[in-house]
Design a protein around this ligand. Structure first.
Ligand SMILES: NC(=O)C1=CN([C@@H]2O[C@H](COP(=O)(O)OP(=O)(O)OC[C@H]3O[C@@H](n4cnc5c(N)ncnc54)[C@H](O)[C@@H]3O)[C@@H](O)[C@H]2O)C=CC1
Ligand SMILES: O=C(O)[C@H]1O[C@H](OP(=O)(O)OP(=O)(O)OC[C@H]2O[C@@H](n3ccc(=O)[nH]c3=O)[C@H](O)[C@@H]2O)[C@H](O)[C@@H](O)[C@@H]1O
Length: 439
């Protein structure tokens, strides 16, 4: 099939490359000329395992362009995978999606199916359809289908090639059949429903996962107060298949490009319809507080961070990605700097992106050891494998005061105790050595 994909971000590019892997001819469209030039030369503009390898492997079936007219005019199927960021009031900004819809309407010269992969509020597919129909330049039939995406960053290719499910929201059988053909070689359960239900499946899935994280974070906070251990608690809970053992990892809150915005967008939409989604609101509120948990903990050891070398390990919102969107570090590091700290940061892939936001005022380090040098305290924000594999003795030998605040529970308490460090993590007992206050 001849497929075009609008947007070459995490969703658009991965979708395009994986569709090519399954034999489709795919044209990827973006407005960003720099990105298109990179992709044309075989380089992926984003870091995702296997993405570049598959781009090169399928280069005969893949092309990249900024010429949307050329890409859309004779396509059988056009995927929309552009961003739907958060507006100031929490609602979804649909500008890019509507722009693409108009561009499609002006360009298509044959019947086609427009597939909305971007996460859009319930009812948006109807609006996209109306917008396309009222702007069509040629006498053609355009169907609109919802096909939300469930991939996670860091495992985007694996999640797409081995999808947990493919959700198809359609209002007519024809569009449904076209999408079944597109996905015929994907080995995944297919859920066919109407467009609004498909749109809701996406928000309900993300918001449920966000709620699960906020729930376990609250239980972790209570564990700290009453002396229980969240790792054991989550382990014990996870055996119950009705609960499941995933997304019970307590930490400094969820970040990323989707949970924060998708919780707020659904809450906003419910409010708009005079309904308060209380559970989703609770997930949002708990997450806002949780983000600052390590900074609050640091007050146990130092009244102020003024003049102190502060090691920050991990900048991205999770391991396996160079994406910083809504990463807890974006809130925490500026507060540390405001407090007078000398921040020394390490991340295996996130430094270049962080530098774009904070070119000055932070010492970027090329190794964990360099970041720890003479530090009075260390904050762990991302559970990178390199951090998990670090010999704990290094905290004691390299830091001025070996105080480690771990927002991702990277280590066993017994190992921290053995290494002779102060180790304060989430939802667990604090390992204090004799010297615990350096005020
Ligand atoms: N990032 C993720 O892990 C997931 C994202 N989603 C949803 O997918 C959508 C896209 O997200 P990302 O891929 O993260 O976005 P992104 O921000 O990484 O990429 C969007 C791309 O669209 C391009 N673009 C903007 N206007 C355009 C136009 N008129 N024509 C062609 N390209 C245009 C931008 O230049 C950019 O390269 C969002 O709705 C998001 O909520 C859904 C599941 C997973
Ligand atoms: O709509 C989206 O964009 C995507 O959002 C998430 O994917 P992603 O944001 O890439 O990453 P996750 O692995 O879900 O992690 C999100 C955040 O939650 C945090 N998290 C995750 C799991 C957990 O147990 N605890 C926890 O704190 C992570 O550290 C991270 O900050 C969902 O997992 C995907 O299914 C969805 O498609």
């Amino acid at each position: 099939m001849k497929i075009s994909v609008a947007g070459t971000g995490y969703v658009g590019l991965v979708t395009g490359v994986c569709l090519a892997e399954y034999g489709h001819t795919v044209t990827c469209v973006d407005i960003d000329e720099r990105k298109v030039a990179l992709m044309e030369s075989g380089i992926s503009p984003i870091y995702e395992p296997r993405l570049q390898e598959l781009m090169i492997k399928n280069k005969e079936r893949l092309s990249f362009t900024t010429d949307y007219q050329g890409a859309y005019k004779e396509a059988d199927v056009i995927f929309i995978g552009v961003g739907t960021p958060e507006k100031q009031d929490g609602s979804a900004n649909l500008t890019h999606v509507y722009t693409v819809a108009e561009q499609i309407a002006r360009s298509v010269e044959k019947d086609c199916v427009v597939v909305v992969k971007s996460t859009v509020p319930i009812g948006t597919n109807d609006k996209i359809e109306a917008l396309i129909h009222s702007n069509l330049a040629h006498d053609v039939t355009v169907h609109v289908a919802s096909n939300p995406e469930f991939l996670s960053q860091g495992s985007a290719v694996r999640d797409t090639l081995g999808a947990s499910r493919i959700v198809i929201g359609v209002e007519d059988e024809e569009a449904g059949q076209v999408l079944q053909t597109v996905y015929k070689d994907f080995n995944a359960p297919i859920v066919v429903t109407n467009r609004k239900s498909a749109e809701m499946i996406k928000y309900a899935s993300n918001d449920f996962l966000a709620l699960k994280i906020s729930f376990i974070n609250e239980i972790a906070n209570l564990c700290e107060i009453i002396g229980a251990d969240i790792e054991d608690v989550a382990h014990g809970m996870g055996f119950d298949k009705r609960i499941g053992d995933q997304f019970l990892k307590a930490g400094i809150g969820y970040g990323g490009s989707c949970f924060p915005k998708d919780t707020k967008a659904l809450h906003w939409l419910a409010n708009f319809h005079d309904y308060e989604l209380k559970t989703v609101k609770a997930a949002i509120d708990v997450n806002e507080n949780q983000k600052l948990k390590l900074l609050k903990k640091s007050r146990k050891y130092y009244e102020r961070l003024t003049g102190l070398n502060v090691a920050v390990l991990g900048l991205t919102f999770k391991p396996g990605t160079d994406d910083l969107r809504e990463a807890p570090t974006l809130v925490n590091i500026p507060l540390m700097i405001e407090d007078g700290a000398n921040v020394r940061a390490w991340d295996p892939v996130g430094i270049e992106n962080f530098k774009k936001l904070h070119p000055e005022g932070i010492t970027y380090c090329s190794s964990i050891e360099e970041a720890l040098q003479e530090a009075g305290i260390c904050f762990i924000f991302t559970e990178w494998q390199e951090i998990k594999e670090l010999e704990l003795d290094k905290y004691r030998t390299l830091m001025k005061h070996p105080i480690v605040l771990d927002g991702r529970n990277c280590y066993q308490l017994a190992d921290a105790e053995k290494a002779g460090i102060v180790y304060d993590s989430i939802g667990r007992e604090t390992i204090s050595q004799t010297e615990t206050s350096f005020v």
